[in-house]
Design a protein around this ligand. Structure first.
Ligand SMILES: Nc1ncnc2c1ncn2[C@@H]1O[C@H](COP(=O)(O)OP(=O)(O)OP(=O)(O)O)[C@@H](O)[C@H]1O
Ligand SMILES: Cc1ncc(CO)c(N)n1
Length: 529
C-alpha cells in the first residue's frame, strides 16, 4: 500500500520529500535490536495505543503524563484523532488501520517494550491491527482499558466493533472496564450493585482467562471501590478489593485512561498486580483530590497527574504546626494543673507522685505495644526501626520506674480510670486505624512530655540539687528525648501527606483526643489517688 494513502487526511500537508525520506529510512534501518524485555525494569518502557485529547486530560496525552508520573518512559501510537475537550467529543478522525500498524511496527522494530496500555481503538480495523501486532510482538505486560464511551457519554467505539474487542481479550493480562463496559463485554445488563459487578468480573475473568479490574467509579456511595478479580486464583482468593474514599469533584475526565497507563507502568516494576493497584489507586485519589488546582476547562476537568511532585496548598510540613497551634489551650491547661505546679515547686504530695508513677508504668507497658503496632504498619524501614526502638525504650523506662521510684513505695495497684481510657483509645486505633491515625495518636505522648519537660527545666527546679523530683524531671528534658520527639513529629507530617483529606481529618481527631488524655492523666492523681 502506498504511504500517501496510509496517511490520507490525517497529515494532508505532508510533502513528497518527507514521504521519500521516511521510505529511505525504512530501507536503510539496521536490523532491529529488539530484545525481549527483562522485567522488573527500573524505568519501564511503556507504549500507549490510544486516541488523542487535545485538552490533555484523557487518551494518549493523559497516558504519557501518567506513565511519566510513575517513573516510566512513555511512547504512543495514535489510533484516532479526537476533537474533544472537557465538555465532550466533537468529532473523530480515524487514520487507516494500516498506518496504525506502521506506527506499532516502528516502535517494536526498534525498542524493547516492557508494557503496553491499550485505550480507545475506535473501530474493527484498528482492533484487528493491534491484535495482529500483539500476536507478533507479545509484549510482557498488556493492560486493556476497553474504552467504549467517554465521561461525557459520547461513543468512542463503534457498536459493531465490540465483538472484535472481545477477540483481543485472550492477548491481554488485565482488562479495566467501568461498569457499562463490563456489561457490554459480557452482553448483559449493567450491574446495579457492587456485588453484581464483582460477579460479572468473575465471569469475564473465567471466560477469557485474564485478570479484571472492576471499577466502581460509576456507583454512588461514600467510597469508590475497585476490585482485582482473578477467577484462576480460586474461590475465596479471586477478589482483592481496593477501596478508596469517593472524591467530591467533577474532574473525572480521563481517570480510566490515567489509571490503566499507571498500572501498566508500575506493574513492569513490581510484577505484583495487587501491590501495583494499591499504589496506583492511592495516587489516583490524590490526583482527583488536587484536580481543582489545575483549572482546565469548564466541564469534567482533568486529574492532577503530578500532584505528588508539587507541594499542596496545605503543605505536609504545616500539618504538625497547625495541630500544635490548635492544641495550645490543652498545653496551657496542663501547665496550670496543681500536679505540674507542685511538681515544679517540689511540694507535690508523695502519694500523688506515687499514684502518677504507678499509672505511668502501666501506661508505658501498653504504649509499648501500641508503638510496636506502628512499627508493624510503618511504610519504610527507618520508621519501622524508629517505632520498634520506641517500644523497646518504653519497656526499659517501665522497668526502671519499678526498680527505682516504685520500689518500696506504697502505691495503689490496678489500672486507674484515666489510664484505661487513654490506653483503650490508643488500642482502638492500633486495632482499626490507619498508620497515619495511629502515629497522630501516639505523638502527643512524646510532644507534650518534651514540652512539659522543657518548661519545667526552664524553671527554678532544674538548678535545685535538693529538689525531690529533680532526677525524674531530668529524663523528660533529655536531649535524646527531644530528638526522638522531632523525629516522631516529622513522621507524622510524612504520614499526613500520604493520607487523603478524610484520613488527615481522622489524624487531627486522634491527635486532639490524645492531648486531652494527657491532660487528664496529669490531673488523675488529684482526683483518684
Ligand atoms: N469521584 C471519584 N473519587 C474517587 N475515585 C474515583 C472517582 N471517580 C472515579 N474514580 C476512580 O477512578 C477510576 C476510573 O473509574 P471509572 O469507573 O470512572 O472509569 P472510567 O469510566 O473508565 O473512567 P473515564 O472517566 O476515564 O471514562 C477508578 O479507580 C475509580 O474508582
Ligand atoms: C481518546 C480518549 N480515550 C479515552 C477517553 C475516555 O475518557 C477519552 N475521552 N478520549
Amino acid at each position: 500500500m502506498a504511504r500517501t494513502e496510509a496517511i490520507e487526511g490525517a497529515t494532508a500537508e505532508v510533502t513528497e520529500a518527507t514521504v521519500l525520506d521516511t521510505a529511505q529510512q525504512a530501507r536503510q534501518a539496521p536490523e532491529p535490536e529488539y530484545a525481549p524485555s527483562a522485567l522488573p525494569r527500573p524505568v519501564p518502557r511503556v507504549l500507549s495505543i490510544a486516541g488523542t485529547d487535545p485538552t490533555g486530560g484523557a487518551g494518549i496525552q493523559a497516558d504519557l503524563k501518567s506513565i511519566a508520573a510513575h517513573g516510566g518512559y512513555g511512547m504512543a501510537a495514535v489510533t484516532a484523532l479526537v476533537a474533544q475537550n472537557t465538555c465532550g467529543v466533537r468529532s473523530v478522525h480515524t487514520p487507516p488501520a494500516d498506518f496504525l500498524a506502521e506506527q506499532l511496527r516502528a516502535v517494536s522494530d526498534d525498542v524493547a517494550i516492557d508494557a503496553v496500555k491499550i485505550g480507545m481503538l475506535g473501530d474493527t480495523p484498528a482492533i484487528l491491527a493491534v491484535k495482529t501486532w500483539l500476536e507478533q510482538t507479545r509484549p510482557p505486560i498488556v493492560v486493556l482499558d476497553p474504552v467504549m464511551v467517554a465521561t461525557s457519554n459520547d461513543r468512542l467505539l463503534r457498536p459493531e466493533a465490540e465483538d472484535a474487542l472481545r477477540g483481543l481479550l485472550p492477548l491481554v493480562d488485565l482488562v479495566t472496564p467501568n461498569l457499562p463496559e463490563l456489561a457490554a463485554l459480557l452482553e448483559v445488563p449493567v450491574a446495579g450493585s457492587w456485588a453484581q459487578a464483582l460477579e460479572q468480573g468473575r465471569e469475564l475473568s473465567r471466560r477469557h482467562g485474564l485478570k479484571v479490574l472492576v471499577k466502581g467509579g460509576h456507583l454512588q456511595g461514600a467510597d469508590s471501590p475497585d476490585a482485582l478479580v482473578d477467577a484462576a486464583a480460586g474461590p475465596g482468593q479471586d477478589v482483592v478489593e481496593l477501596s478508596a474514599p469517593r472524591v467530591d469533584t467533577v474532574n473525572t475526565h480521563g481517570t480510566g485512561c490515567s489509571l490503566s497507563a499507571a498500572v501498566a507502568t508500575v506493574q513492569a516494576r513490581t510484577l505484583d498486580w495487587t501491590l501495583t493497584l494499591r499504589q496506583v489507586k492511592h495516587w489516583l485519589t490524590g490526583a482527583l483530590e488536587r484536580s481543582g488546582e489545575l483549572e482546565v476547562g469548564r466541564g469534567h476537568g482533568p486529574i492532577h497527574h503530578f500532584h505528588h511532585l508539587q507541594p499542596a496548598d496545605h503543605p505536609a510540613q504545616g500539618f504538625s504546626q497547625e495541630l500544635w497551634r490548635q492544641t495550645a489551650g490543652v498545653r496551657e491547661d496542663i501547665l496550670a494543673l496543681p500536679f505540674i505546679r507542685e511538681l515544679a515547686a517540689g511540694t507535690l504530695a508523695e502519694e500523688h507522685f506515687g499514684y502518677y508513677l504507678a499509672q505511668d508504668a502501666r501506661y508505658l507497658n501498653s504504649y509499648s505495644r501500641v508503638l510496636a503496632r506502628a512499627s508493624a504498619l510503618a511504610p519504610t524501614e527507618a520508621e519501622q526501626l524508629f517505632w520498634a526502638k520506641g517500644a523497646h525504650q518504653c519497656l526499659e523506662v517501665e522497668a526502671e520506674l519499678h526498680r527505682s521510684w516504685l520500689a518500696g513505695r506504697e502505691v495503689p495497684g490496678g489500672q486507674g480510670p484515666v489510664t484505661k481510657q487513654y490506653v483503650d483509645h490508643l488500642l482502638a486505633i492500633a486495632g482499626n486505624g490507619s498508620y497515619g491515625e495511629l502515629v497522630a495518636a501516639v505523638v502527643p505522648c512524646y510532644w507534650l512530655y518534651a514540652h512539659v519537660g522543657e518548661q519545667l527545666q526552664a524553671g527554678p527546679a532544674a538548678a535545685d540539687q535538693d529538689h525531690p523530683y529533680a532526677a525524674w524531671l531530668q529524663t523528660y528534658a533529655d536531649e535524646s528525648f527531644a530528638e526522638a520527639t522531632r523525629q516522631a513529629v516529622a513522621i507524622m507530617d510524612a504520614a499526613a501527606a500520604a493520607e487523603t483529606a478524610a484520613g488527615r481529618q481522622r489524624m487531627r481527631t486522634a491527635f486532639e483526643q490524645s492531648c486531652r488524655y494527657e491532660l487528664d492523666f496529669f490531673d488523675a492523681p488529684r482526683v483518684y489517688a
